[in-house]
Write a protein that binds this ligand. Structure first.
Ligand SMILES: NC(=O)c1ccc[n+]([C@@H]2O[C@H](COP(=O)([O-])OP(=O)(O)OC[C@H]3O[C@@H](n4cnc5c(N)ncnc54)[C@H](O)[C@@H]3O)[C@@H](O)[C@H]2O)c1
Length: 485
């Protein structure tokens, strides 16, 4: 038997996410995400905050990123394994969940690999719009891997960037990024050194992956009046920016207790001054105060950005087909009878079910005993499930009597069926799946033939017939009657 709506959680697969991005449009989606992030940053103090829970290994890290605003709870699972690309795997993959705090029930499960790239880019661009020098149009994009096109497009959509200058130690990554950005409206310049990429750039984005104290930007490379968007230094022992640059600039962070462990500022003293970026966005702290200033966004990615992204996706998929209802939560008829729910999946009592014939008229007129086709296993399962439903008090309906014992010979007739009772299923996954899997089930006449060597083995069985079906809100109301032949 299939579960009720209480069991189902909207699940956004990678395929759905890709469709949703095309449906909304990449730039509107990046702007929408930035708006949700800005909205949540503006109420920062309402959130439960904790540094993410990180499980480190020699090659990478697996992290859980939870937060809650008291109404909703969200978390993301994310990994970071820089060596993965050598094996054809991604450096970063993720999925996440949003739940209702009041009931604890999940309301969304979604892929977050694409969504992380989008939300990271939206956050970077939101911050750059606030901190970059006025009139910034050129960005150096150092590290041309999975995040790089999203970073570039978000800077274009949100921060006014029109020209990106690309550099990666792997030229094939630069070629890939340049090809992907062709037609985006951005002017794209592939470069062969980091220094060349930085020529004329007001925004310097570092987005490399190396589990090491790397120095992507050395002190002599960075002049006054730039904004550094440092993305890739996001783990203990994984940095990109020379400490001297950090000391020359003003540093903005998401959540200091996490960034001091994971960000580029892990190279500085624990009391080195930093500004929480939410305070700048909310107007509680100054951002850029001079043209000559070096502003540094030491980004590591914080749970509230994922919470905003989850909220955004929940709102965007409502009323669309960009999700699957996922059978994630047990839904016993009696909430305290979890054990009894197991009966729904009990083996069929009549495993040798046979489909007699399709019959569009009243089951009473159906010529019983005329076999035309074996019942495929999935139909047998549906029949078993629907019998379980029809004999239960599910959803407050009058229970349908169990079929008479095998051996009770009766003639199918409307009167007899009435006597046995009818079961008007409300819209339920059972009837929905029947409608999907067996479109003509409402006019089917079915017989179960008992098998095996037990005392009930033989040819007698239950005729199971359905009649009448209407569609309501995408569900089928199916009426089933059981008679014995
Ligand atoms: N701050 C955040 O919120 C956030 C979110 C997602 C990812 N990240 C981090 O961003 C980084 C990039 O992620 P990705 O998914 O694009 O990884 P990726 O592995 O797909 O790409 C990384 C690229 O960096 C290049 N690279 C490595 N060392 C370099 C160097 N010294 N100079 C120039 N290029 C170099 C690699 O060749 C590769 O093309 C990772 O470190 C990841 O952990 C941060």
């Amino acid at each position: 038997m299939e579960p009720s709506d209480k069991a189902l959680v909207p699940f956004v697969s990678v395929d759905h996410m890709m469709q949703l991005i095309h449906h909304i449009g990449l730039e509107p989606m990046l702007r929408g995400l930035a708006d949700y992030i800005a909205d949540d940053f503006s109420r920062w103090e309402q959130f439960d905050k904790t540094p993410r829970v990180a499980a480190h290994s020699p090659e990478g890290v697996i992290e859980l990123m939870p937060t809650s605003d008291g109404v909703s709870y969200g978390f993301k699972y994310v990994n970071g394994h820089p060596k993965n690309t050598v094996d054809g795997l991604q450096t970063v993959t993720a999925f996440g969940l949003l739940a209702d705090v009041d009931t604890g029930y999940p309301v969304l499960l979604t892929e977050m690999t694409l969504l992380t790239a989008l939300r990271t880019a939206a956050t970077s661009a939101l911050v750059a719009r606030t901190l970059a020098p006025a009139g910034a149009t050129t960005m150096a994009m150092i590290g041309n891997g999975a995040q790089s096109e999203f970073q570039s497009r978000a800077m274009q959509a949100i921060a006014g960037i029109t020209h990106v200058r690309l550099y990666d130690i792997d030229p094939t990554a630069t070629a890939k990024c340049a090809a992907n950005l062709a037609g985006s409206g951005l002017r794209v310049t592939p470069c062969t050194t980091a220094e060349a990429a930085m020529e004329g750039a007001q925004i310097l984005t570092t987005c490399t992956a190396d589990k090491a104290y790397a120095t992507i930007l050395t002190d002599n490379m960075v002049g006054a009046g730039v904004h550094i968007n440092a993305i890739g230094g996001d783990c203990p022992g994984k940095t990109e920016i020379a400490p001297a640059i950090l000391k020359r600039g003003d540093i903005f962070v998401e959540y200091p207790p996490q960034t001091r462990i994971e960000g580029d500022i892990q190279q500085l003293g624990a009391d080195h001054p930093v500004t929480e970026i939410w305070k700048v966005l909310a107007g509680h702290a100054p951002g850029r105060t001079s043209d000559k200033q070096i502003t540094i966004f030491d980004s590591v990615g914080f749970a509230i950005e994922d919470f905003s992204a989850l909220r955004y996706i929940r709102d965007q998929i409502e009323g669309t087909t960009f999700y699957h209802p996922l059978d994630l939560l047990a839904d016993p008829d009696d909430p305290r009878d979890l054990y009894g729910m197991l009966d729904r999946a009990a083996p069929a009592r009549y495993p040798g079910a046979l489909l007699l014939r399709r019959h569009s008229a009243s089951p009473a007129n159906a010529p019983a005993g005329q076999m035309t086709q074996s019942v495929p296993p999935h139909v047998a399962t549906l029949i078993k499930s629907s019998m379980a439903t029809s004999t239960s008090a599910r959803e407050g309906q009058r229970p349908m009597p169990a079929h008479p014992p095998c051996g009770t010979a009766i003639t199918p007739s409307p009167a007899r069926m009435t006597a046995l009772g009818k079961c008007d299923h409300r819209p339920s996954p059972v009837s929905r799946s029947m409608a999907t899997s067996v479109p003509t089930i409402s006019a089917a006449l079915l017989i179960y033939r008992r098998t095996g060597n037990g005392p009930e083995a033989g040819t007698r069985g239950v005729v199971f017939a359905g009649s009448g079906s209407t569609r309501t809100r995408g569900c089928t109301w199916a009426r089933f009657c059981a008679v014995v032949t």
